[in-house]
Design a protein. Structure first.
Length: 273
């Protein structure tokens, strides 16, 4: 499932291809959205905004396309006229003169005017976006002691987009590892130092992942591992999907467990219970 950094990277790619170019053709797969295809013809896209794992395509005419990739949605940008070889179902297509932005498999797509953006059910309830340039460490730290979240288990809390927008499964495991916090803990169980480390890890790892296209491991270590011939899967993360292998920091064996149908990984030595 794409997480906040992947959605922001997709938005950057889409923006480069279609922003400030007249829309020549628009396609919605869902019947209830077909009526809006003509609304966007000849109009231009001003910018692409992200809200955690959701995307908002903002048009000059005061209308917007909201989309959420959920588990299986995927954006592709191609040269106009090229059709990707895929078994996925096309849900949305935005065509300009030379490029096409195509959204496959997503089912959560809406068209809404500017006046309804702020009150949208997802956008209005979303937590602080870790990729927002205005986001501060103090704001992230405050979330962990907010009475709404203080007594909730970190495993579920870190996936709640009302808590911190953009964190998903791999970031959850990596944040807990870098903070040295066991997955069974709650913010309430953590020391002040651990809460500081959780906030720092959440903010810094999410931004690093965006800048490096998904790498959350220590970047100096990544250089060494790449030079030694390690694959991206092997050097990308500290612990996520490295279960059964040795921890880079202490050489204990990394463990994988399941919570709510989602896997997570941790080091029992670096993250003591």
């Amino acid at each position: 499932m794409p997480e906040g950094p992947e959605i922001r990277l997709a938005a950057d790619k889409i923006a480069k291809a279609v922003v400030e170019k007249p829309v020549e053709e628009m396609f919605f797969a869902f019947d209830h959205l077909k009526q809006f295809e003509a609304l966007f013809l000849g109009d231009t896209i001003l910018r692409i905004e992200t809200y955690g794992k959701a995307m908002l395509t903002r048009f000059a005419n005061g209308w917007n396309i909201y989309s959420h990739n959920q588990l299986y949605g995927k954006w592709q940008v191609v040269k106009r006229g090229n059709v990707p070889q895929t078994n996925r179902q096309l849900r949305l297509a935005i065509h300009v003169a030379d490029k096409s932005a195509l959204l496959y498999s997503a089912s959560d797509i809406e068209v809404l005017p500017d006046t309804e953006v702020a009150s949208h059910p997802f956008i209005s309830r979303i937590g602080p976006d870790l990729l927002s340039p205005e986001m501060t460490l103090e704001r992230v730290r405050a979330q962990f002691t907010d009475k709404r979240f203080f007594r909730r288990g970190l495993l579920s809390l870190l996936l709640d987009q009302k808590f911190l927008a953009g964190v998903g499964n791999y970031l959850r495991s990596e944040i807990l590892f870098v903070a040295g916090v066991h997955p069974s803990m709650r913010p309430k169980d953590c020391s002040e130092e651990q809460l500081d480390k959780l906030a720092e890890a959440a903010l810094n790892l999410t931004r690093q992942s965006y800048k490096t296209k998904g790498i959350t491991n220590d970047l100096e270590r990544v250089k060494q591992l790449k030079s030694a011939g390690f694959t991206r899967r092997e050097y990308r993360h500290h612990v996520f999907v490295r279960h059964g292998l040795t921890c880079y920091d202490c050489e204990d064996t990394i463990i994988k467990e399941i919570s709510g149908g989602r896997k997570y990984c941790y080091c029992p030595t670096c993250q003591p219970r």
